[in-house]
Structure formats: structure tokens, C-alpha cells
Design a protein. Structure first.
Lengths: 219, 219
DNA sequence: CAAACTAGAATATGATCAAATTTATTTTTG
DNA sequence: CAAAAATAAATTTGATCATATTCTAGTTTG
């Protein structure tokens, strides 16, 4: 007899990982800020081993970097880093959208509209945290629809590199100046026009990176 | 004072990571094969914590995957995975070559010719292990020349996904049927013709993936 | 100014406990 | 009775922690 899908016990190291990942992804730990093992064990009420493993996973993804000695920080993006990120996201996201468009059901698209609506609401409320989470959620949902595990894996990694800086930008310029191409993307998707959806998302990506780049210049 | 070696203090977890990474990258641990913590502690004469951390890092990169329960294996690529890998490598490698071409000195190109020569030698000797290492070395050297850390990071991850299967192919068809576009790449580079170098490397990439795909079909 | 000291953080070990797989044993059933 | 199924014991492996050791950086002191 197998134990059905009853109680799936999630190990501590996994929980710590997810917790820390979100803190980084949504800018709770700012770029440049150090992360210590001791500090996390206290903050997260976890043992040393789980924290250690979570840090290793995130540094393997580039979300944390070793600073020479034994210090670990959330990396600060350089101008060149942004160019590289833009290059990759500009190729990846349109591809993922095209795959997603082929597979999306009307219900899927409806779900995406719901997320986008929450996103708009967060923008008008000026709720940065909700904006970041909904924006991520929108893209992440598309990745899952695309059903392309390796592309999704890489896209996730890129988001970990790019997310923290997005928070910095929003903290600086607020949410009101933010725009997105999600409506156009969704309209194209519901017509099954993958190419147009891809173009829209490419604009969305580049716009996001440019906003970070611009914000970095006058800082 | 530090008495003995003024060498850099490389932590055990780093050594274990590098060791395990190479074992996976060059197919010493075949796709589908399981990796256990206890097993590695014995084989590598290391403690549990370092082994554990190395496994986390590699599974964060996708070089190891959790198989439901608590079993960890080197993943077996599906047809679709190969398509995704090809898509990414086909974008990445040409870009890296173009960047490398801009920065390469004659000495750099000479070094690459040396590696390529070793590679040819390995092919004619039928030395699969040397072939895999020199082939990786060739590309890795180009990545470093490009001086684009994020692109390099992603390229490294892709290599971890694709390397193990390359070994399987070579074990099946030997090295004699292998070809590469490295000569053409190097000639183009030394003329500063990044576009031509990019085209050559794109052919190299696609050819490599196709060889895996073909080998997978009749297995 | 530099050598010695010190505090704190990271690294590493091995023990312990829990979960899962394997093997052995018993029970059921055709 | 033998084959299959179910159960129980044994073994392996993973998760976590407490503890010891090693480094690093900062401070004191000669």
C-alpha cells in the first residue's frame, strides 16, 4: 500500500530555500546586501544545515554571489549585466509565449486576465509589493503554460537576477509610471496569434530592463 | 602565521562540487544513474555536509534532478529537451563568439588552436574522455574570452545538461565520426569576422545536438 | 606600525532520528 | 502444495542538529 498523496512532508531546507528565494526575488533583501548563515538561522528559526543548503542553491543560480572571502551578497547589476539579461530575456520570453499560445485554453487566458487585473490594481494603489508579485505571477504562469522545462528553468534563473533590481526601481519611481504590454499580449494570445504575442512581450521585457538601466544612471 | 601552503583555502564543499560536476559533465555518472549522499561521502572521502551542498548546487543547475521520493539522478534528456537546448545554445554560443572575437588577441587564438589540436588528436586516438574534455575546454575558453558573466553562467548550465548525453553518444558511435567547425571558427576569428565565426559555431552546436538526437532514436 | 589577540562567522564532523527501500517471513488463495 | 500477496524486520539513506574547528576582520598593545 502506498501512502497516497496524503501528507507530503516538505523538508526544512526546501522551505528555507523558498522563503529566501522570495525575499531575494521581490527585493526584500536589496542588491548589495549581505546574507549570513547565522543571521538567517535566527530570522527563519531554522538550523544551520538547511540554511546552508538554501544559500548554495541560490548562489548556484547566481541569485547570491560569493564576495571573495566567505561573504555572500545579493549581486548588484552592472550596465553590462543588464545588456546580457536583455539579450537572453528578449530571446526566451517570446519563445515561451509562442509555445504558451499554442497550448492555452480560453480558461488559461481568463486566468491570466485575472492576474493582469490584479496587477493594474496594484499599480493604481501604489502597492509595490503586490505589483512585483503579480507581475512575476503573470510571466510565471505563461512559462508553465509553455510546458518547456529547460526554457522555464533558465527564465526562472534570469528572473532571480533581474527581480531584485526591479524592486529598487519601483522604490525610486513608484508604480505609477509603470506600463505593461500584457493586454496586447493577451489579446494576441486569445486570437492564437503567437507572433504578435511574442512581439508584445518582447516590448514588455525590453521596457522593463530599460527602466532599470535608466534608473541606474541617475543614482 | 600560516605555516604551510600559502595556497588558497578551497573549502571541502567546493572541491566536492567541482569533482562531482566533472563526473557529471563528462559522463562518468551516466544519465539515469542515481547519486546518493552516503555513496558520495564514501567515494570522495568527504563529510556529509559538503556532499550535500554540492548536490544542492548541481540540482539547482538542473544537472541533478529529484526523482519524486528522495532519489536524485542525472536526468535523461527527452526529445523535447534537446529541442529546447538547441534553441538556447543556438542563440547563446554565436553571441558569445561574437563578443570573444572582438576581444581575442592573437595569443588567445593561438591558445584555442592548441586546444583544437589536442581535440583532433583525441579523436584520432579514439580517446573519448580527452575528446569530451578538450571540446568543453574549447568552448569554455571562448566563454571566458567573451567576458560576459551572465551569458557564461547560462552557457555553463546548458553544458551541464547536455554534456552527459554527449558521452553516451560517443560511447556508442566512437569518436571517429565526430566533426567540428572549430577550424572555420578560428579562421574567422583571426580575421575579426565575428559573423562568420558565429555561423560556424552555430553549425557546430546544432550538429552536436543532432548527433545526440539521432543516437537517441535508435536506442 | 606591526604582531598578537579576540570575537564572530563559516566550515566541517559525526551522532541521531525519520523515512523509504529491500529482504525475509508469513499468510492467503487457486 | 505452490504461487502470489501481504506483512514485518532489517538495512539503507536522507534530514537535521549540536558541537568542534578553522578563518577573517577588527582591535588592542608593545
Amino acid at each position: 500500500m502506498k501512502n497516497e498523496s496524503s501528507h507530503l512532508k516538505v523538508p526544512a531546507h526546501e522551505l528555507v530555500y523558498q522563503n529566501l528565494r522570495e525575499r531575494i526575488l521581490f527585493g526584500e533583501i536589496a542588491p548589495g546586501q549581505a546574507v549570513t548563515i547565522k543571521g538567517l538561522t535566527k530570522k527563519l528559526h531554522a538550523g544551520m544545515t538547511p540554511v546552508r543548503e538554501a544559500i548554495r542553491r541560490l548562489s548556484a543560480a547566481g541569485a547570491l554571489t560569493f564576495q571573495g572571502n566567505r561573504r555572500v551578497i545579493v549581486p548588484v547589476l552592472s550596465e553590462q549585466n543588464l545588456t546580457e539579461l536583455n539579450f537572453l530575456r528578449e530571446k526566451l520570453e517570446p519563445k515561451l509565449i509562442m509555445l504558451a499560445t499554442k497550448r492555452a485554453t480560453p480558461a488559461d487566458i481568463e486566468g491570466l486576465r485575472g492576474i493582469d487585473h490584479e496587477l493594474d490594481s496594484a499599480i493604481t494603489r501604489g502597492d509595490i509589493n503586490a505589483y512585483l508579485r503579480q507581475n512575476y505571477q503573470f510571466h510565471k504562469t505563461l512559462y508553465k503554460l509553455a510546458d518547456a522545462p529547460i526554457l522555464e528553468q533558465i527564465a526562472d534563473i534570469l528572473w532571480l537576477l533581474y527581480g531584485p533590481s526591479l524592486r529598487v526601481v519601483c522604490g525610486r519611481i513608484g508604480t505609477l509610471n509603470l506600463t505593461d504590454q500584457h493586454k496586447e499580449t493577451l489579446n494576441a494570445m486569445s486570437e492564437g496569434d503567437g507572433q504578435r504575442a511574442a512581439d508584445a512581450i518582447r516590448a514588455d521585457v525590453t521596457q522593463g530592463i530599460d527602466q532599470i538601466r535608466h534608473s541606474m544612471l541617475n543614482s
